[in-house]
Design a protein around this ligand. Structure first.
Ligand code: PA5
Length: 476
């Protein structure tokens, strides 16, 4: 029996949300949220949770069912098993929601040194995520891989994203130049089941492929083949990841907001947003979880930053996500958080047990400025600094909450990502906006198509050309 099926393990690894220092009862300031404010929203939150359940039953929120897609998971695992032994380097071509989730999984569960390990110590291929089209960066990847021992995974839900498709064409040429007709065995596509240019290419060229399920948007796709396939290739236990997500799903269905970590955290951010706190800082005290904050930045920004509400009124809504890293940013951002404007709500992520216990030697006993450090551990130091920061913020009436992660493993990461996805959905409902579209990023795409000469977008290029003539006034 896998350990994540064991009730004792599940309880031990349950992540919790501590919101004491987000409450007026501790902060004592006028512009804070009280327990009574939460009570006032109990019924509205219960209704939001019921609405989400209903939409899910109607098939409108397929991301919520990804942890239960056992057939797809089997297919992913089988392909990953095959691919793992075919390559030393596995290169993901994707951007935004097609890259951030798996980067977070990789950083959390394989660590920052996976690629740097020598071949004998490394238990899986190196993973590169080509999430930018900076020519030096992309050429750098191609220069560092061996075409005979590399598999590319091109990931695009729409199948037409300019950045990803450009990389796909370059990578494909790179493979063809070196492998000839055999290039097809080294390219795997993850895209929509039926539509899109990438799906047409897959069909015409008979490439291997996986599916981004219908209705699952990029930023909600980490638990689909988008995140799971690369994760499985590098040896992440995707069964444990999905078990963690299912465990969290049970908690997220609780209509009592006080017992539902996703809904409760969303409500707290919403109430603070109403009070003018327009910035949502996520600050893990864990290098492993650093890229979870990056992934969260996208889901929060792209889902909730909207001009219109559901009635069509202009609201220009959104709470700006900021990613920070503890303790590093204590020496960079924290001054602003403690003494700056009352425009933030801060969420820490605390890791209970790290994989390694690193002891500080008793090297300088008698030197009072540092001898207190000797004999203790880095875990004690990092978590003491976190606690000190929580208290400092509280004493300065700055609301802060903490997500407690007992240990970083696939089971807890599945819980965390699922909780933050549902939290975003609940926040969108409370804000009365469409969480799942992104009209604001479309305009820029259309201008790019125009400038790059895409057929049908000539008018956009004309607009750009006339703009160029207008914008030479203010420059030094
Ligand atoms: O979350 C989103 O929808 C976006 O970030 C997309 O994932 C991103 O634009 C890439 O899109 P696609 O997967 O269609 O290439």
């Amino acid at each position: 029996m896998k350990e994540f099926a064991n009730e004792e393990f599940k309880e031990k690894m349950r992540i919790t949300f501590d919101y004491n220092y987000a409450m007026k009862e501790y902060l004592g300031s006028d512009n804070t949220v009280s327990s009574a404010d939460i009570d006032d929203y109990t019924e509205e939150c219960a209704q939001v949770i019921r609405d989400i359940k209903k939409e899910r039953e109607e098939g409108k929120l397929p991301f919520m069912d990804l942890p239960y897609a056992s057939e797809e998971v089997l297919e992913i695992k089988q392909l990953a098993k095959k691919v793992r032994y075919m390559c030393d380097d596995f290169v993901v071509l994707g951007i935004g929601g097609s890259a951030l989730g798996m980067t977070a999984l990789m950083q959390a569960l394989k660590g920052p040194f996976h690629n740097a390990q020598n071949d004998d110590d490394r238990d899986a291929p190196r993973l590169y995520v080509a999430d930018n089209i900076d020519p030096d960066f992309f050429k750098g990847i191609l220069d560092n891989i061996d075409s005979y021992r590399t598999i590319f995974n091109v990931i695009s839900k729409s199948g037409s994203t300019a950045e990803t498709m450009s990389q796909f064409m370059i990578a494909q040429q790179f493979l063809k130049d070196n492998l000839g007709a055999g290039y097809k065995d080294s390219m795997i596509a993850t895209t929509d089941a039926k539509s899109g240019i990438l799906r047409d290419i897959v069909n015409q060229e008979e490439l291997s492929s996986l599916i981004v399920p219908d209705g699952v948007g990029g930023r909600f796709s980490v638990l689909s083949a988008v995140g799971l396939f690369p994760a499985a290739v590098v040896g992440i236990d995707i069964d444990a990841l999905l078990a963690g997500a299912r465990f969290m799903d049970e908690m997220c269905q609780n209509e009592d907001v006080r017992k539902n970590p996703a809904a409760l955290s969303a409500l707290i951010y919403y109430l603070y947003y109403q009070k003018g706190r327009n910035i949502n800082v996520m600050m893990p005290y864990s290098s492993a979880l650093k890229d979870v904050a990056d992934w969260y930045g996208q889901i929060w920004a792209e889902s909730l930053g909207k001009r219109h509400d559901l009635e069509g009124d202009v609201v220009n809504a959104g709470q700006t996500p900021v990613k920070a890293l503890g303790v590093t940013d204590q020496h960079s951002q924290l001054q602003l958080y403690v003494e700056g404007p009352d425009d933030k709500v801060i969420t820490f992520i605390k890791v209970g047990e790290f994989d390694n216990e690193v002891r500080i030697p008793e090297a300088y006993s008698g030197i009072s400025g540092i001898d207190y450090l000797g004999g203790t551990t880095l875990t004690r130091l990092i978590n003491s600094e976190l606690h000190a920061t929580e208290i400092t913020l509280m004493k300065n009436s700055k609301p802060n909450c903490t997500i407690n992660v007992p240990a970083v493993n696939a089971f807890t990461l599945g819980q965390l990502l699922y909780m933050l996805e549902v939290q975003t959905s609940v926040m969108g409902k409370l804000m009365d906006i469409n969480t799942y579209d992104q009209p604001g990023v479309e305009q820029g795409k259309l201008y790019t198509y125009g400038m790059m000469g895409r057929e049908g977008f000539e008018d956009k290029n004309e607009e750009i050309e006339s703009e160029k003539k207008r914008v030479d006034k203010f420059k030094v």
